[in-house]
Design a protein around this ligand. Sequence first.
Ligand code: UDP
Ligand code: MG
Length: 174
Amino acid sequence: MANAGADEATLVLIKPDAIQRRQVGLVLERLERLGLELVGAKAMPVSRRLAEEHYNHLRDKPFFEELLKLLCGELHGVPHVLAFVYAGPDAVARVRQLAGATNPDRAEPSSIRGSLGRNMPGGVMENVIHASSDPQEAEREIMLWFRPEELLRPLPWWTKKTASRTTRARRGGL
Ligand code: UDP
Ligand code: MG
């Protein structure tokens, strides 16, 4: 697997519910304590298209529409998310464990979602952050949310992919 091992990278989004509830500092402090390397950070608006692509695997779920509205900030009147890439050994699993289970009521009380998240009446989950669930998902998500030049350093697996695409394109052009 390309993005696994010593230089594993993962995507974190601080979702609009956490921004509205002024939990950003709390979340970042918890993430910072993991001691991972910060490779990317930005605030950005989320288009419906980006939200659909990000949550593509949940297209058939009854909560999909509501989830898009949540990520786009429509439910909380917040027009952006905060996006981060963290790297280091076991980055994906470590951030995921810190995030806690999807449902805040079932998440470990010490986790981010268990301590800061909540379920709203009507079924909307305010679960504070998104964290990639495995290294492959992380690759897909990092490429979806960031351009290579926005990162503070190249990620080896991404550079390799880009290089092989360029080589293929050149070969195709010969
Ligand atoms: N979600 C929801 N209801 C559900 C399951 C998921 O509202 O029953 C939302 C929740 O915001 C979650 C997101 O959909 O974070 C993505 O779901 P996934 O199963 O990928 O959970 P995650 O990876 O975020 O823990
Ligand atoms: Mg997920």
